[in-house]
Ligand binder design. Structure first.
Ligand code: SF4
Length: 107
């Protein structure tokens, strides 16, 4: 029977996968949220699905929250860098982000 290791010991496994993905988080596909999310206004309220409205649904409430958020710019940049395809990030819907990026690339 194989021993069961605590998660912390998995980070010390020597294998090709470990060499290519040296951290435990990478091996497990788990990543800590970026530090800026600690100041995310949406993380401080019970948002339900308002940041991920159904197709044709309203993003108005989410956008109003984003307007008051101190990390709005960082959030938007994060979503663009990570090609977030769904939801409201940095006060913009997915369609608005695509338009924003198109304009930025054309400039
Ligand atoms: S800008 Fe909006 S989506 Fe981004 S962290 Fe702030 S409240 Fe959340």
């Amino acid at each position: 029977m194989n021993p069961i290791y605590p998660l912390g010991e998995l980070g010390e496994i020597s294998s090709p996968a470990a060499a290519n993905n040296p951290t435990l988080a990478d091996q497990l596909g788990v990543h800590a949220p970026p530090a800026w999310t600690e100041d995310a206004l949406c993380a401080q309220v019970d948002i339900g699905d308002i940041f991920f409205p159904d197709k044709g649904g309203s993003a108005t409430v989410a956008k109003r929250i984003c307007e008051q958020c101190s990390v709005r710019r960082t959030c938007l940049e994060y979503s663009l860098t990570n090609e977030e395809r769904f939801g409201v990030w940095g006060g913009l819907t997915a369609r608005e982000r695509r338009e924003y990026q198109r304009i930025e690339e054309a400039a």
